[in-house]
Write a protein that binds this ligand. Structure first.
Ligand code: FAD
Ligand code: SF4
Length: 397
């Protein structure tokens, strides 16, 4: 019996059942399907295998003698870009939705795995296989909550789709790459976004209530390159809160344990990654990992303004100082937080150096989390590139 047949005998877990990765589960959706058969190898939290999957996907793994590879993963190009005509209601300018729509329109793919929201709740994720441009557009904007994108994998096999685009974040894409050969597809394209500090729906509520002046009207938010959280409200108004003013003592447990143990911020296994953190304020950041990713980007180049990536400042002191402050849950008074935000925005890291700042801050925090909560996993779970990044800093015990 081939493995394609044998996995169909496995049974998806009930929504209420504990997942194999236990509290580290990111609800990626794999275990909601018969592909749970592969969970021990495929789950990003049970079997970290980024270098092997990089080799399989890009033809090489990160070059550990090149610090840019530690940070940004295997890549053949990077740039800053923005749509000349942004899509209203997209997270940024809608580059992700535009690429997906073009791929579908031109017949490159027959369906797109993406995540809409439920009718009742704009932040409750609803993964779908979109077959029309309208369905892709309905998935625009981040659902800043753990989303079971891979829960639609059984439907792919059943519907006979052969050419597919999957949009997703790192943990979803790691599991997808691990089962890619079992999906019976002729062509798979992967469009990734970076991802960090995700939360359950309940955790999101707590974050909004502790941080925003009007939690019920928030349409979307982003931790921006100006060191502030920007909340966009229903009436179009923007509220900004400096990072340094966040109530870290109350927010310590808000982020999902999966995201506190993740070292794949930059979505290492996607063909093309579209984020913002390596680009100047207002621009998106594009990382082309392989030729498939370049071809996907080429489809929309005539709709984009682009500029080369830049890097300015030095993050290291700011990262080192933030490590014990976060660890102790220090919250500055709002006036001091605003002042610090202004100073750091003026003299602080920009472009790729800002991306490094964010990666360093999260990897040091996450390394400490895994060391304290899952010491037995530390060595195998933390990839070598992440150990090198963390090794640049002095960490508390
Ligand atoms: P749009 O055209 O608005 O499309 C957004 C796409 O995201 C949709 O296709 C949708 O299917 C997909 N999506 C939405 N929510 C989820 C989800 N929960 N899981 C998987 N897919 C989803 N970029 C950075 O540079 N730094 C960060 O720290 C960072 N953090 C992020 C955290 C989260 C939880 C998410 C989902 C994204 C994050 N990003 C981050 C990516 C960034 O916010 C934008 O999503 C990206 O730049 C694309 O913007 P866009 O306007 O092109 O997307
Ligand atoms: Fe299953 Fe995904 Fe959770 Fe791992 S993260 S246990 S693969 S649902």
């Amino acid at each position: 019996m081939t493995s394609v047949q044998s996995h169909k005998k496995a049974k998806a877990l009930k929504p209420s059942s504990r997942r194999p990765a236990k509290e580290l589960c990111s609800e990626c959706g794999l275990c909601d399907t018969y592909y749970i058969h592969y969970v021990k190898e495929a789950c990003a939290f049970l079997n970290q295998q980024i270098p092997q999957l990089e080799q399989q996907t890009h033809g090489r793994s990160r070059d550990l003698s090149t610090p840019d590879d530690w940070y940004f993963g295997v890549h053949q190009d990077m740039m800053a870009a923005r749509k000349q005509q942004p899509i209203a209601g997209a997270q940024w300018t809608g580059i992700v939705s535009t690429i997906a729509i073009e791929m579908l329109k031109r017949g490159w793919v027959e369906g797109v795995v993406c995540v809409q929201n439920t009718d009742a709740d704009r932040f409750q994720p609803q993964p779908v296989i979109a077959r029309t441009a309208e369905e892709i557009l309905a998935a625009r904007v981040n659902k800043p909550t753990l989303s079971p994108n891979l829960s639609v994998l059984e439907q792919i096999e059943q519907s006979g789709l052969k050419r597919l685009l999957v949009i997703g974040v790192g943990c979803q894409i790691q599991a997808l790459r691990a089962v890619e050969q079992q999906l019976g597809l002729e062509k798979l394209y992967v469009l990734g976004t970076p991802c960090v500090d995700n939360v359950t729906r309940a955790g999101l509520q707590k974050f909004l209530e502790t941080t925003s002046r009007s939690p019920e009207t928030v349409v979307h938010y982003e931790f921006m390159q100006d060191f502030r959280v920007h909340f966009k409200h229903e009436d179009g108004s923007i509220e900004t809160v400096p990072f340094f003013g966040l109530k870290t003592n109350q927010l310590k447990d808000v982020f999902a344990p999966s995201c506190m143990s993740c070292f794949d911020y930059v979505n290492s296994l996607a063909d093309l990654v579209v984020g913002y953190m390596g680009a100047p304020f207002g621009w998106q950041w594009i990382v082309v990992r392989n030729d498939r990713g370049q071809a996907m980007l080429d489809l929309v180049m005539d709709q984009l303004d682009t500029q080369p990536v830049m890097s300015q400042g030095n993050r290291q002191q700011a990262v080192q100082q933030s490590i014990p402050a976060y660890d102790k849950g220090v919250t500055l008074p709002m006036w001091a937080a605003k002042l610090m935000g202004i100073v750091i925005e003026k003299i602080g890291p920009k472009g790729l150096e800002y991306a490094r700042f964010s990666i360093d801050s999260h990897f040091t925090r996450n390394y400490l989390y895994v060391k304290r909560h899952h010491p037995e996993k530390l060595d195998a779970h933390v990839p070598e590139y992440a150990k090198r990044i963390v090794g640049q800093y002095q960490l508390p015990d």
